[in-house]
Design a protein around this ligand. Structure first.
Ligand SMILES: Cc1cc2nc3c(=O)[nH]c(=O)nc-3n(C[C@H](O)[C@H](O)[C@H](O)COP(=O)(O)OP(=O)(O)OC[C@H]3O[C@@H](n4cnc5c(N)ncnc54)[C@H](O)[C@@H]3O)c2cc1C
Length: 554
């Protein structure tokens, strides 16, 4: 691990590229733009597990609960432990609270019949919400964690609104092509309406969307809707309990009792020196994901190398590596959130819809492999699962005709350099793209035959996005670029948010985790905008209640 001024990165010294303008990210509802804060920090390019240490000769401080990370999950865990009467110390690596949660797009996924859903005319049972979560975040998702998230959702809503004072304005932001309502407190990503889920669950929107309480977060994010709307009320509620909060004090190692194997404290770096904190009840790791750790990205998510990174520079996977260092299991480390480029033509903020949904997305073999009307996060998940992905290095093309071209141009001007092939016939386009003889031609002929009736028997695109690709000239743009990355994988936890050993799946005594430090409902897919924060708050709260109920050791 090494310290750097992260501002260097914006001067081209890193593979990371800061995203400006926000229009490329359709799925995360970025109102304007996102930049990681330029402040001194600790960055990491080490993927190795961090070994624990035994009992120190002297303790520098003592508390009931140590929470590592004052972002969304950490704040939720701290609130519950404090509310249960515990003494809590929060360690935060950066000089302020909030992490990615404070600067995110302000969406939180809730369902099962929230008052906002009902006020917008959508009723839902927790079972319906659960069925959607399992179907849309799989395959391989933990159904048990989905069950808990669905069952806890109404309580989460009530905690946010009644206890913390978070406001969701009335109104609904419908899917394209209906008119947008950006002020609405309820939105849908569009995937809820995908025909993939017919017969599994009713189509109900879940993305609850808040206005930020500040519009300009130190220059990191501007826009009316952002995560400060649901983070800052929580931060204030935590601070009202007057816990000890140590900023610029990164946790560095876990302290494990040599006889019991229980996690009994943390070594932090405070004012440049090791600082041993005894945690009588336990430690909750909530240090976020690892998007800002080059070595971990290379090791676990190599297909995302070169993506735009979203998040804060605290996301270096410290908590994951500390857990690995004492034998914790990890799960879903190879999956991450990302999007295709050209988002503005395919999605309207978090909501699917736009002219590019009328295109045919094909791989290098000229073959369609998903429905083009999917939510941005699902696109990415399906592209990374496509069997040709590794062989063809994720190269895909969006093929469309003049009608779509003209509609795209109305939304924003198409720069000539993004068109990688243009031809008067699909045959000529196929030659220009060098797809195997006949494949693209067959793909489009088959697609057009059914699209004329608004049908897509192969991938079940919705009728409103299905029409023949038949008006020359024909175009192809590359859909290879992957934008925007935050990681799904983390320490394996049970539904009580206890970290599990890799060797036997049993809880590690004294150790809890939540948020992107852990693996919960974010499996191989992403069900919709707001799912990450929902899981951070839900399992953060569960971790806080669990650690508070532990028997203290002396
Ligand atoms: C621009 C953007 C838009 C997004 N939009 C949405 C959205 O609308 N809805 C949604 O659900 N998700 C969204 N996401 C994803 C979501 O914001 C994150 O996945 C989520 O907030 C992570 O929460 P967390 O508590 O796990 O981590 P964070 O909120 O990032 O908190 C982790 C904290 O731990 C600290 N930390 C790290 N290492 C240490 C250490 N060693 N010691 C002490 N502290 C440490 C970090 O500095 C940080 O403060 C978005 C992400 C971004 C960046």
């Amino acid at each position: 691990m090494k310290s750097k001024q992260t501002c260097e990165k914006s001067q081209g010294l890193s593979r990371r590229t800061f995203l400006k303008g926000g229009t490329a990210l359709g799925g995360l509802a970025l109102a304007s733009g996102v930049l990681a804060a330029c402040s001194p920090s600790t960055v990491s390019d080490d993927a190795e597990p961090i070994a624990s240490v035994g009992l120190p000769q002297t303790w520098d401080a003592e508390t009931d609960v140590v929470v590592v990370g004052f972002g969304g999950a950490g704040a939720a865990a701290a609130w519950e432990a404090l509310d249960a009467g515990c003494q809590v110390t929060i360690l935060e690596k950066l000089d302020k609270a909030g992490g990615s949660t404070n600067i995110c797009g302000g969406l939180i996924y809730m369902g099962g019949g929230t008052p906002t859903q009902k006020a917008c005319g959508f009723d839902e049972t927790p079972d319906n919400y659960y069925n959607y979560l399992v179907a849309a975040t799989g395959p391989g998702v933990s159904e048990d964690h989905c069950r808990v998230l669905a069952d806890e959702s109404l309580d989460l809503y009530s905690w946010l609104v009644d206890t913390l004072g978070v406001e969701f304005t009335p109104g609904y932001n419908p899917p394209w092509p209906e008119e947008a309502n950006y002020d609405a407190g309820l939105s849908c990503t569009g995937d809820e309406f995908s025909l993939d889920y017919v017969g599994i669950c009713e189509a109900v929107p879940h993305s609850h969307w808040v206005f930020g309480v500040v519009e300009d977060l130190d220059g990191t994010l501007t826009g009316a809707k952002n995560g400060s709307g649901f983070f800052q009320p929580l931060q204030k509620a935590v601070e009202a309990f007057e816990p000890e909060v140590l900023y610029k004090t990164p946790a560095q190692r876990l302290i494990v009792h040599p006889e019991t194997g229980r996690v009994v404290g943390v070594v932090a770096k405070k004012d440049g020196k090791d600082y041993n904190i005894k945690a009588k009840k336990g430690v909750v790791l909530c240090s976020g994901g690892f998007a800002y750790n080059d070595a971990m990205i290379e090791q676990y998510v190599p297909y995302a190398m070169g993506s735009f990174i979203i998040g804060t520079e605290g996301d270096t996977g410290d908590g994951i590596r500390m857990g690995q260092g004492i034998g914790a299991a990890t799960r879903h480390m190879h999956f991450a959130y990302g999007e295709l480029s050209n988002g503005a033509w395919r999605a309207r903020h978090s909501v699917v819809g736009g002219p590019l949904c009328f295109s045919a997305l094909v791989n290098k073999r000229g073959v369609r492999f998903i429905s083009e009307d999917h939510y941005a996060g699902s696109y990415y998940a399906q592209i990374s699962r496509n069997p040709y992905y590794y062989r063809d290095y994720a190269e895909c093309y969006m093929v469309f005709d003049k009608q779509t071209y003209d509609q795209m141009n109305e939304i924003s001007e198409i720069k000539p350099d993004i068109i990688i092939a243009q031809a008067d016939s699909i045959e000529e386009l196929a030659q220009a793209l060098d797809t195997p003889k006949g494949t693209l031609e067959n793909t489009i002929a088959y697609y057009n035959e059914y699209a004329a009736q608004g049908e897509d028997p192969l991938w079940m695109k919705r009728p409103e996005f299905t029409r023949p690709i038949e008006q020359a000239p024909f175009y192809a743009i590359s859909a290879t670029t992957l934008n925007g990355l935050f990681t799904y994988g983390g320490l394996k936890i049970n539904t009580a948010a206890q970290v599990l050993y890799a060797m036997d799946d049993q809880p590690i005594p004294g150790l809890y985790s939540a948020g992107r430090n852990a693996s919960d409902i974010l499996g191989t897919g992403y069900c919709g905008s707001g799912a990450s924060v929902a899981s951070c708050y839900t399992f953060g709260r569960i971790a806080g209640r669990g650690v508070a109920a532990e028997t203290a050791w002396e």
